[in-house]
Write a protein that binds this ligand. Structure first.
Ligand SMILES: [Zn+2]
Length: 259
């Protein structure tokens, strides 16, 4: 008589696990990879060596990933448009010149699209992209979007002229050079609040990215989208990359966001 409740409990647990796994598999989660610098000179957490970047892009290509654009990601979230079975988004923050020198040839080699979030006042400065480099990349599947005027902590700014300069004036400046609307924003340091989100919407952005570690699914808020930040680690950098792509929520519990 005592065994029946135990069997029932085990059966209920089994059903719950099967349901949870099926539910999990049924949700298409898209990793939005977040890179900064790619070179063999700086040995900083936000700098990935050229060889490591090449290995990660090769992994994506040989494992059948499609590098989709932000337009495709947003259409999937907002309009429920379908995506390739294995989709990934590749992004770079700040617009460093090594993105052109080192990352761009690798992206071309593996036929992968990517998006660079530009700080409008930093373009043409030493170590940052020039407009001519941006024009060339733009012709070859590299997209450019906004990362403010000069990279402040947006949540520390009051609504009004300061936020307008960062979100609207920089957007207009980028658009005048790029020749297309700037629709997407990456919050510097991942910092935002309700005022920042309201301002970004009013200035015409369609979506914005944080540095929260996680994938993006059709249920996500377009103005607090997750990313998968890719760090240089002292060892096992590729393993961290692999774990972050496949198990972002578990990795999120083990590490905090990046600047
Ligand atoms: Zn940044």
């Amino acid at each position: 008589m005592k065994k029946r409740p135990m069997v029932f409990t085990l059966f209920a647990c089994f059903c719950f696990i099967v349901f949870a796994v099926l539910h999990f598999l049924n949700q298409k989660e898209i990793p939005v990879l977040g890179y900064h610098r790619i070179n063999n000179v700086d040995h900083l957490p936000l700098t990935l060596s050229t060889e490591e970047f090449d290995a990660q892009m090769q992994y994506l290509q040989t494992n059948g990933y499609s590098a989709i654009t932000l337009d495709e990601l947003v259409s999937y979230i907002r309009d429920k448009k379908d995506l390739p079975y294995k989709s990934v988004v590749i992004t770079f923050d700040d617009g460093y010149e090594d993105n052109y020198i080192n990352a761009y040839p690798i992206l071309e080699k593996y036929h992968l699209d990517a998006t660079v979030f530009l700080i409008s006042d930093y373009i043409n400065r030493p170590k940052y992209l020039t407009w001519n480099e941006i024009y060339e990349m733009q012709k070859n599947h590299i997209h450019f979007e906004g990362h403010t005027f000069n990279h402040p902590h947006l949540d520390k700014l009051a609504a009004g002229p300061a936020l307008k300069q960062q979100l609207s004036d920089s957007k207009t400046d980028l658009e005048s050079h790029l020749g297309h609307k700037v629709k997407y924003l990456a919050y510097p340091y991942g910092d935002y609040n309700e005022t920042v989100i309201a301002a970004a919407k009013s200035y015409g952005y369609k979506a914005a990215f944080t540095v929260h570690l996680g994938d993006d699914s059709a249920q996500d808020d377009l103005f607090t989208l997750n990313r998968v930040p890719i760090f240089q680690t002292y060892q096992h950098t590729f393993l961290h990359f692999w774990l972050n792509i496949h198990f972002p929520y578990i990795m999120n519990m083990l590490q905090k966001g990046f600047p």
